[in-house]
Design a binder for this molecule. Structure first.
Ligand code: SAH
Length: 446
């Protein structure tokens, strides 16, 4: 097989990142935008020793689950990977992906995985978006590149982002604010970064320079956009880097944080702190975790990787005590403020790496009954899991994961320490992308 060859292949499976897999000349070929069961014509764009990558030319035999992608830039952007299939098919793919990882990586043969809890809305669900500003316009970078695809209408972003982009565009034009050019380092405006809660939208405009002429007009144009804006920040990033935010920020208007609530629990979130991106679905996710915690009121609950304290505070009224652990100081500050805001008196917070701080917490005499683990994609790692298993009072672990492969790896370690998975519930926090969240209840057996 060589580059530029054309083959008709049958798609027999899907990869974790939502691409299809088929075979030609005895070799695996990976193809985006296809569905298991389809026959497709592909153009080989990369032929390596063990596998090839194909570009879809034509769908010869379409799947009944194929739909017309709603987003006009879907095939150019690469931010979403599943818009060409029905939402039902997407949920099936996600359930299969979780099951496959748990069986293949975790060794849990025949494990039961619940159907995926669907998102109330598969579009316009994101409460956080980043739009690069370049000499080519404002929009999205195509996947793995800095090629700008102009749009003011990302379908998975909040509907408010459209008006915010329009307002910034208008201001740039009327005030002569130049977009940053990463090739020459000239210009100023680099990114529009929005985060949104029920208390309004926090808009951050990232600039290359510290000076921002006509920032007063930027504020007035944004306030005139018709969007409920709770704060406007200028963030300065003078480095030639892919990282969006720099370290210095100036508040131009309102608050430097946003506010949201999950059920009756209120949260303030500073612009650097983590918050689940699908606001419509957070409550369902936390309710599942709370349900699996099965609180009776006397439990001490560890909230590992607690961020701004969300999960622990959502459960605090059913516990004796919540102990939160998080390594970003700003998030810990937010967590303490949130506890105060919610009148929660039984929550304490530690700032430090979960894997380092856990032993100190236990040495100080704490006797947790339940642990909630909500790590970033890379998972928890062996040393934290060993420390948790050594806590003899710990009966249950609720693992919330955004990456099935690291989840499976960590559950395998926990099962070697005597915990067994009881319930596995995937929750769709990221419709139209290949990502899926999973909540797992583990109970101590031995
Ligand atoms: N439970 C929170 C946050 C989950 S995101 C929520 O649902 O909103 C994961 C969090 O873990 C982030 O806030 C990140 O800053 C934090 N984190 C990442 N690595 C960590 C580590 N080694 N120790 C402690 N916290 C960590």
């Amino acid at each position: 097989m060589k580059k530029n060859d054309i083959y008709d292949i049958e798609i027999t499976g899907m990869t974790d990142d939502g691409r299809g897999v088929g075979r030609a000349m005895g070799m695996a070929v990976f193809v985006p935008y296809v569905i298991t069961g389809e026959t497709v014509r592909v153009h080989i764009i990369k032929a390596l020793k063990n596998y090839a990558v194909g570009k879809l030319i034509e769908v010869i035999k379409p799947s009944p689950e194929r739909v017309k992608a709603e987003c006009p830039i879907y095939y150019k952007c690469g931010g979403c990977a599943l818009m060409h299939m029905s939402y039902e098919q997407e949920l099936k793919f996600k359930r299969e992906k979780v099951r496959d990882c748990l069986e293949r990586i975790g060794g849990f043969d025949g494990i039961k995985v619940d159907v995926v809890v669907p998102s109330p809305k598969p579009v316009n669900y994101r409460n956080k978006s980043q739009f690069p500003v370049t000499t080519e316009g404002i929009g999205m970078f195509a996947q793995h590149s800095h090629r700008l695809i102009e749009t003011d209408n990302c379908l998975i972003a909040s509907e408010n982002t459209r008006r915010i982009i329009k307002a910034v565009k208008y201001w740039m034009k009327r005030c002569g604010a130049a977009p940053y050019d990463e090739r020459t380092g000239s210009g100023n405006v680099r990114h529009i970064y929005t985060r949104e809660g029920k208390g309004g939208v926090l808009v951050t405009v990232v600039t290359a320079k510290s000076s921002l002429p006509h920032s007063d007009k930027l504020v007035s144009d944004l306030l005139d956009s018709g969007v409920d804006i709770c704060g406007i920040i200028q963030n300065i990033n003078s480095k030639n880097t892919n990282v969006v935010l720099g370290t210095e920020s100036k508040l131009l208007y309102g608050n430097s944080f946003l506010t949201d609530n999950i059920g009756a629990v209120k949260f303030r979130i500073s612009h650097e702190s983590f918050y689940q991106v699908n606001s419509l679905q957070i409550k369902q996710l936390y309710n599942i975790a709370k349900d699996y915690a099965d609180l009776k009121g006397h439990e001490v609950l560890l909230d590992m990787y607690c961020g701004i304290g969300t999960i622990g505070q959502f459960m605090a009224d059913g516990t004796k005590k919540v102990i939160g652990v998080e390594y970003i100081q700003r998030a810990v500050d937010d967590a303490r403020k949130n506890a105060e805001l919610n009148g929660i008196k039984n929550a304490v917070y530690y700032c430090g790496k979960a894997e380092h701080i856990i032993d100190d917490i236990i040495s100080s005499g704490e006797k947790p009954d339940i642990a909630v683990l909500d790590p970033p994609r890379k998972g928890c790692g062996a040393s934290l899991l060993k420390s948790l298993a050594d806590i003899y009072t710990l009966k249950r672990i609720i693992y919330i994961s955004c990456k099935p492969s690291t989840l499976a790896r960590d559950l395998k370690i926990l099962s070697e320490y005597g915990f067994k998975p009881k319930i596995v519930t995937p929750v769709d926090m990221f419709p139209r992308t290949p990502h899926v969240e999973t909540v797992v209840l583990m109970s101590r057996i031995s």
